[in-house]
Design a binder for this molecule. Structure first.
Ligand code: KIV
Ligand code: ZN
Length: 515
């Protein structure tokens, strides 16, 4: 590793997936993994293999596909979990076992009900076991930032001796403050005699909004050379360190940090969109780097300045991070080859020719309704899960709705269930409510609606609406996405897509919940 290289460890598919409602199917994990590898992320944490069979299979599938990045699997510090990790990572070009065990008195006493000596032994033995089967071991003392430094030094020295090549200090509950956290890590590195045998890393949560600042302080003050982060800052509670912010901070302020990453920044925005579409977690407009307004200059003074000299108000360009300028990319007469080529340029790979055919048909339908098709329209079009599913249990055939001031909204929906057609009418509090009630009359899923959100894909009233519907049933949470120029139709598509996911036999993939 070059001394000025900062390792980017992405945990969108593991810690990010732990956000309530962000669970991903195997296919969705593969889409994200492909985007992360294209972005040149150094380490992709693909999941928590012992958490469920679904997660085990998802990690295996990622391993089979990824060639360029290291693939990591998270394991609790016991032989059974570690063995499951080793099995899931079998065949990986560059596998990493990531072992974690809590070291704060609070976690050891109240959660683990273990003494310091027991935790010390278990950490040592599990790393020894992992190292006997895998050459690349990372160890994380969970709740590290609130752990007693003397005990932490004892544990970390022992696991480095056992062969842990990366030591990752988690700020599990987002309690750290930058200066103190940086100094804490520096002092650990100074006090532990074999600290130079490991790469030091941090994993920060954003409960006080300081995850990025804490990570960067750990780099500058503590000398760490790996940051664990997620796309869009996804993660437990308030999320994790945001990958895009760390990468662009280090790159834009190279004069200060003196470091760089391998990341192809032009893939940041496309990857952010993929993650947001899959999880249904909308990116706030004023979010740094990937928010819709991150490069928008509204005030006249700013616009004037940027037109005269971009640097007056911009420290990086929108193109640097993969924003495309609302260019009309395709139109009604564009052929299948041009369509496929543009998807490729956007980093979108569909799994089969059948999926391309379905997507192309949707594109033609859209071009009939909307004269100008932008990149964002194409991205929304392929986010619609029906493009990727070969066998949909539920299909939307037709729908219409009527609503007006003082009238009770009414929807008529035609759907098929495994090929059998149903026509249903229903009333509701609004057109979307009436549509969902009509679908539920037949589907009888009984699922709880956790989230309904509508987003305009591009600007202007002719924009497609992209709708996310999150349903929960029997402990499973799924997201359905639908896009259309008619937002009630987009809503029906999203609801049907979520029902199809509930129907699919694919086991839920949602690590750490229920274990
Ligand atoms: O937040 C945390 O402590 C973690 C560890 C498992 C690295 O996610
Ligand atoms: Zn975490």
């Amino acid at each position: 590793m070059k001394p000025d290289h900062l390792i980017i460890f992405d945990t969108t598919m593991r810690d990010g997936e732990q956000s309530p409602g962000a669970s991903m199917t195997r296919e969705e994990k593969l889409r994200i993994a492909r985007a992360l590898e294209r972005m040149k992320v150094d380490v992709i944490e693909a999941g928590f293999p012992a958490a469920s069979n679904g997660d085990f299979e998802a990690v295996k599938a990622v391993v089979a596909m990824i060639k360029d990045s290291t693939v990591a699997g998270l394991c609790r510090a016991n032989d059974k979990d570690v063995q499951r990790g080793i099995d899931a990572l079998k065949g990986a070009k560059s596998p990493r076992i990531h072992v974690f065990l809590a070291t704060s008195d609070l976690h050891m006493e109240k959660k683990l009900r273990m003494t310091r000596d027991q935790v010390f032994e278990q950490a040592k033995l599990s790393v020894r076991f992992a190292r006997n089967h895998c050459g690349d071991i990372e160890f994380s003392p969970e709740d590290g930032s609130r752990s007693d430094p003397d005990f932490l030094c004892r544990v970390l020295e022992a696991v480095i001796d056992e062969g842990a090549g990366t030591i990752n200090i988690p700020d599990t509950v987002g309690y750290a403050v930058p200066q103190q956290f940086g100094e804490f890590i520096r002092s650990l590195r100074e006090r532990i005699p074999n600290s130079d045998k490991a790469v030091w890393s941090v994993h920060c949560h954003n409960d006080l909004g300081m995850a990025v600042a804490n990570s960067l302080a750990a780099v500058m003050i503590g000398g760490v050379r790996q940051i664990e982060c997620t796309i869009n800052g996804l993660g437990e509670r308030a999320g994790n360190t945001s990958l895009e912010e760390v990468v662009m901070a280090v790159r834009t302020r190279k004069d200060f940090f003196g470091l760089d990453t391998r990341i192809d920044a032009t893939q940041i925005v496309p990857t952010s969109r993929i993650v947001s579409q899959i999880t249904g977690f909308v990116v706030q407009p004023n979010k740094a780097v990937v928010g819709a307004n991150a490069f928008a200059h509204a005030s006249g003074i700013h616009q004037d300045g940027v037109l005269k000299a971009r640097e007056t108000y911009e420290i990086m360009t929108a193109e640097d991070v993969g924003w495309t300028t609302n260019r009309i990319v395709l139109g009604k007469l564009s052929g299948r080859t041009a369509f496929k080529q543009r998807l490729k340029e956007l980093g979108i790979d569909l799994e089969s020719e059948d999926a391309y055919n379905k997507a192309f048909q949707k594109f033609k339908d859209l071009a009939d309704k909307k004269s100008e098709i932008f990149d964002e329209d194409l991205q929304a079009l392929v986010s619609d899960t029906s493009v990727r599913e070969s066998e949909d249990h539920w299909k939307l055939i037709h729908m219409s709705q009527a609503s007006g001031m003082g009238e009770r909204p009414h929807a008529s929906v035609v759907i098929t269930e495994a090929g059998k057609e149903h026509k249903i009418d229903a009333e509701g509090d609004g057109p979307v409510d009436a549509t969902f009630k009509a679908i539920e009359t037949v589907a009888k899923s009984g699922a709880e609606l956790l989230l309904y959100s509508v987003n305009a894909v591009t600007s202007g009233t002719e924009s497609q609406g992209e709708v996310t519907v999150r349903l929960s049933k029997g402990g499973r949470i799924v997201n359905g996405v639908g896009a259309d120029t008619d937002i009630v139709v987009a809503s029906a598509k999203a609801y049907i897509s979520a029902l199809n996911k509930l129907e699919s036999k694919a086991e839920k993939v949602n690590p750490q919940r229920g274990i």
